[in-house]
Design a protein around this ligand. Structure first.
Ligand code: DOR
Ligand code: ZN
Ligand code: ZN
Length: 401
């Protein structure tokens, strides 16, 4: 069956397109992107006033499956992804057990095939059990389909282990995603180690002005270092949490005004090329503790686009093309995924966004199994109207638009 998406503002940064166009899809593939398509397709979607973009990609998501299914599962996490406009999520390995072997990767692949609404690409751990001691089975995990390695949630403390990991990852052409804490010290160390071993490095959730400067200096010297920012770090500062609400606690934490400003500037000038949510579901039992003892992390899949539009588009910081780049072609390039564009012949992963819908974030409407968000009740602009995965409508968002 053919579907024609008419009259939308097609924003496809990979192909340099930002224009009113029609997108024709059939059998799960993109047939054409043209200025006026008169095909008598069976299904017509009127996208007047909306953005039509490649399916969004989130390279930093915690699905909690296996091991903590009361927080999230592949099933609920991918539904949350669809509701957030994402058609691809890369899931971090800090599950229980840790994704450190081919068998664990296969479990995720099979579960995603069975229960998943969107594409799930697993990330393998750097060290066995995230213990920072012995390298995980990177080669076998690569064969089983991981797109990268990371010990996210933890920093690989021992430099010699990190160097060995980078050498092996380089041989296998697997990007290394680094969780750097304390941020500035470890970003500096990891950049130096990556230079020494001539490997590609990606810095997760950059949150400080100094972190940005370290990455900028490395990039300017010609080193291949990429970075992501999370919506909470370009939206909030530590001053937004005067009551020490546990829903504002994450790792790395909220920072100062100058840090938030630096993150926004780095998104504008491209030093930070990607927005990733660090979707980190937690159960109330883990959150409703004293601030010091509460679990780190907030959910992010279903608030990313409204926050990005409110903070980066409505303020004039980024153009729509620059924003969509950070959710599509740039994350795809970092992890070598052949996705994130609307080229004819490729899989029809498409997101339709209303960039001007005003609404109030309501955590009770989330598809995620968890509710740990600091954004409940926040006024925002922008919502997902349709998420299309391999030609199928997997989410239709009329409820909030
Ligand atoms: O806030 C965080 N939560 N940061 C991390 O690095 C890990 C994550 C989690 O798994 O909960
Ligand atoms: Zn992390
Ligand atoms: Zn994380």
């Amino acid at each position: 069956m053919k579907t024609l998406i008419k009259n939308g503002r097609v924003i496809d940064p990979a192909n340099g397109i930002d224009a009113l166009m029609d997108v024709l899809i059939e059998n799960g593939k993109i047939i054409s992107v043209t200025s006026s398509c008169n095909d008598n397709a069976k299904k017509i979607i009127d996208a007047s006033g909306f953005w039509v973009t490649p399916g969004l990609i989130d390279i930093h998501v915690h699905l909690r499956d296996p091991g903590e299914l009361h927080k999230e599962t592949v099933k609920t996490g991918t539904r949350a992804a669809a509701a957030g406009g994402f058609t691809t999520v890369c899931c971090m390995p800090n599950t229980s057990p840790v994704t450190d072997s081919a068998e664990r990767v296969e479990y995720i692949n099979e579960t995603a095939k069975k229960d998943g609404t969107v594409r799930v690409v697993p990330i393998g751990s750097i060290t066995k059990g995230l213990l920072g001691e012995e390298l995980s089975e990177m080669k076998k995990m690569k064969q089983a389909g991981v797109c990268a390695v990371s010990d996210d949630g933890k920093t690989v403390k021992e430099p010699a282990i990190f160097v060995a990991a980078m050498k092996l990852a380089k041989e296998l052409d697997l990007p290394v995603l680094a969780h750097c804490e304390p941020e500035e010290e470890i970003i500096a160390r990891d950049i130096a180690l990556a230079k020494e071993t001539d490997t590609k490095l990606h810095i997760c959730h950059v949150s400080t002005a100094r972190g940005v400067e370290l990455i900028r200096a490395a990039q300017e010297s010609g080193q291949e270092v990429t970075a992501e920012a999370a919506p909470h770090h370009f939206t909030l500062t530590d001053e937004d949490n005067p009551t020490y609400d546990p829903n504002f606690k994450m790792s790395p934490p909220l920072r100062k005004h100058a840090d938030r400003t630096a993150i926004i500037a780095a998104l504008k000038d491209g030093i930070i090329s990607t927005i990733a949510t660090d979707h980190a579901p937690h159960h109330e039992d883990d959150k409703n503790r004293s601030y010091e003892n509460t679990a780190n992390g907030i959910i992010g899949l279903e608030t990313a686009i409204p926050l990005a539009i409110s903070e980066l588009i409505c303020t004039g910081v980024l153009s729509p093309l620059q924003l969509i780049e950070k959710f599509t072609v740039n994350p795809a390039e970092i992890l070598n995924l052949n996705l994130g564009h609307l080229s004819p012949g490729t899989v029809a992963d498409i997101t339709i966004i209303d960039p001007s819908a005003n609404h109030i974030i309501d955590k009770n409407k989330f598809e995620s199994l968890s509710r740990n968000t600091p954004f409940h009740g926040r006024k925002v602009t922008g919502c997902i109207v349709y998420t299309i995965f391999a030609g199928q409508i997997i989410y239709k968002g009329e409820s909030i638009c």
